[in-house]
Design a protein around this ligand. Structure first.
Ligand SMILES: NC(=O)c1ccc[n+]([C@@H]2O[C@H](COP(=O)([O-])OP(=O)(O)OC[C@H]3O[C@@H](n4cnc5c(N)ncnc54)[C@H](O)[C@@H]3O)[C@@H](O)[C@H]2O)c1
Length: 338
């Protein structure tokens, strides 16, 4: 990487952001994090990383940070991510995802940052017409969360045309797993992600696991998703940053493996790793759930030379389970093993 300036990371104390921070840290990059700790936690960060507790949409503060720390690029993870919550409280989602991004872009331009890596989502596609879904497919979000993320994409595209911003928009599919070294992982109190919830159920936490819809036209009737290990995703961010630093053009890239697993296949992998039966309950379909969502993942490999290391559902589950055990041990030190 030919740019060794500091990377400003918004939302770096969250699930995916903290994995990116560890990857940047391992690569010897200087970073500064801004996070309001609304869902993040400082314990997920390396001890020597500077965390500024604040709003990524606070223009004055962010502009000052850029100058104080010599930031030359931004990775923008901060946001609100629960689809159902976005339906109940849409304006909060437009404020925190679209509004904050608008202010952040302005602060970056004012502070002289021109390289911007943005956390987008497969939710911008809605119900894809064709699978696997490529980056040029129509964007038709089904909920305010997806709309708010797509609005931010649009701002970046327009700011790039008008102000010379360079961007990498990364559309994540289903992110799962945890750092193989156990340094960070998904720590939300009320997770909605299937693999985390299934791991919790396998360890006796919560009240079991539900399958939402078993009558889809898929391999076994349950929804199929493209599960991606979070450490591979973190590496994709570093590759995107190198691409932009090398003068590469702005990009929109799917982040997935290009294969899918059904809910039942995920639950079977969790049962096999944990050595327990989950006995899931079958519930009604959730409105807005696509039967199948799998990435056409060719472009990211070609554009960034990204070579994922963990395209293996059992490995994803193994690291997620190890992280849940760590969280339990942290909460009850008396039950921790040697
Ligand atoms: N988890 C997934 O499967 C997934 C899939 C697609 C896209 N994404 C995107 O990835 C990004 C990160 O998601 P995550 O799963 O790590 O979520 P997360 O909730 O763990 O992390 C979000 C972080 O942003 C912080 N934050 C929220 N609003 C902020 C603000 N205004 N200012 C400063 N900090 C703020 C939170 O405290 C938290 O640390 C989000 O933008 C999300 O839309 C996630």
């Amino acid at each position: 990487m030919n740019d060794q300036g500091t990377v400003l990371v918004t939302g770096g104390a969250g699930y995916i952001g903290s994995h990116a921070i560890w990857a940047l840290h391992d690569a010897g990059r200087s970073v500064v994090v801004i996070d309001d700790l609304s869902t993040g936690n400082r314990v997920l960060l390396p001890g020597d990383v500077t965390l500024i507790v604040g709003d990524a949409g606070d223009r004055g503060r962010v502009e000052a940070l850029i100058g104080d720390y010599g930031c030359t690029a931004v990775m923008h993870f901060a946001g609100s991510i629960v689809v159902g919550e976005s339906v109940d409280n849409p304006l909060a989602y437009y404020a925190n995802n679209a509004g904050v991004t608008l202010n952040l872009i302005r602060a970056c331009l004012a502070g002289g940052i021109t390289r911007f890596v943005y956390s987008s989502t497969a939710a911008v596609y809605g119900q894809p017409i064709r699978l696997p879904v490529g980056e040029d497919a129509p964007t038709q979000p089904l909920n305010p969360y997806g709309h708010s993320k797509l609005m931010a994409e649009q701002m970046l595209c327009d700011a790039a045309r008008a102000h010379g911003l360079q961007f990498a928009i990364l559309r994540y599919f289903n992110v799962a797993g945890a750092d193989p070294e156990g340094r960070t992982g998904q720590s939300s109190i009320q997770p909605t992600h299937l693999i985390k919830r299934a791991c919790q159920a396998a360890l006796g936490l919560g009240d079991g696991i539900e399958i939402f819809g078993a009558d889809y036209d898929t391999i076994d009737g349950t929804c199929v998703r493209d599960y991606l290990h979070v450490s591979d995703l973190a590496e994709a961010h570093l590759a995107a940053l190198s691409h932009l630093a090398g003068g590469g053009e702005s990009l929109i890239l799917n982040c997935g493996y290009g294969g899918g697993a059904s809910v039942r296949q995920v639950l079977a992998a969790v049962e096999a790793e944990a050595g327990v039966k989950l006995n899931p309950r079958t519930a009604a379909r959730r409105p807005g759930d696509a039967a199948e969502l799998v990435a056409d993942a060719k472009r990211i490999r070609a554009a960034l030379g990204w070579q994922p290391q963990h395209d293996d559902l059992r490995f994803i589950v193994k690291t997620a389970l190890a992280w849940e055990r760590r969280l339990i041990a942290r909460r009850n030190p008396a039950t921790a093993g040697p």
